[in-house]
Design a binder for this molecule. Structure first.
Ligand code: SAH
Length: 227
């Protein structure tokens, strides 16, 4: 069969259905979550095309297929009551998906936080969330914070607590120690790591205090900046 498909859709549902038809979304929970977060509210230019789009300050919103694949890996640690952090939250798209999936609005045990290094990008994401899910901006268990992950100090680390789900939307040369510290027992961390000229997405889990690393597939993200 010649499986023809078009990459450019003109509305959010078509984009998500297209990802499903291509087999990229093969999980009902990922489908339901992404359907509730309209990419058109997070980026103006070509929101319904399966490609990263430039925001500003060298930053891009990741492609829809990348959001889908990362979310899928995190689904078993993203539940009502889970604690999740999106490092390099950018547009806020994935952070809001985490909020939907953990039901932060109704479940006060759920805690979802986006960490973003560039102040203008933080403001951009807050505008996006205002457009899409303004109610998230009025609760204590959802936050977008202007912070470089490498500059989280001991006290801030204590305040953040431990996370069941950690997503990193930028690639690091080495696994940052801070992320291991923030990972809860049985928690899961998704992070792109540089390997030579390429990047590989890793899934890292903590089991009985031990770190297990799974190499997933090659990816292409912007860099996780040291300062
Ligand atoms: N998932 C996001 C990805 C945005 S690109 C989205 O789809 O919109 C990655 C983001 O990581 C950028 O916004 C960049 O500013 C941010 N970033 C880079 N280094 C960082 C660091 N050390 N700490 C926090 N955020 C960082």
């Amino acid at each position: 069969i010649n499986t023809m498909y078009t990459l450019a859709e003109n509305n959010h549902k078509s984009l998500i259905d297209n990802l499903k038809n291509r087999g990229i979304i093969d999980d009902d929970e990922v489908y339901d979550t992404m359907l509730q977060v309209d990419r058109g509210k997070y980026i103006k230019e070509n929101p319904y095309v399966d490609t990263p789009v430039y925001i500003s300050h060298g930053v891009t919103i990741s492609s829809p297929h990348m959001h889908a694949l990362s979310l899928k890996r995190l689904m078993n640690v993203l539940k009502p009551g889970s604690r999740a952090i999106d490092v390099g939250s950018g547009s806020g798209y994935l952070t809001v998906c985490m909020a939907i999936r953990t039901n932060v609005l109704e479940n006060k045990n759920s805690f979802v936080i986006g960490l973003e290094r560039v102040k203008d990008v933080v403001n951009f994401s807050i505008e996006n969330i205002k457009r899409d899910k303004p109610e998230l901006l009025h609760i204590d268990n959802f936050k977008i914070i202007h912070k470089n992950i490498y500059q989280v100090n001991e006290q801030e680390k204590e305040e953040l607590g431990l996370f069941d789900a950690i997503h990193v939307g930028a690639s690091a040369s080495e696994l940052p120690e801070i992320l291991i510290d923030l990972l809860a027992e049985n928690g899961k961390l998704i992070i792109p790591l540089e390997e030579g000229y390429t990047q590989v997405l890793y899934e890292i889990t903590k089991k009985n205090g031990k770190i297990i690393k799974d190499r997933l597939f090659d990816v292409c993200f912007v860099t996780l900046k040291k300062n």
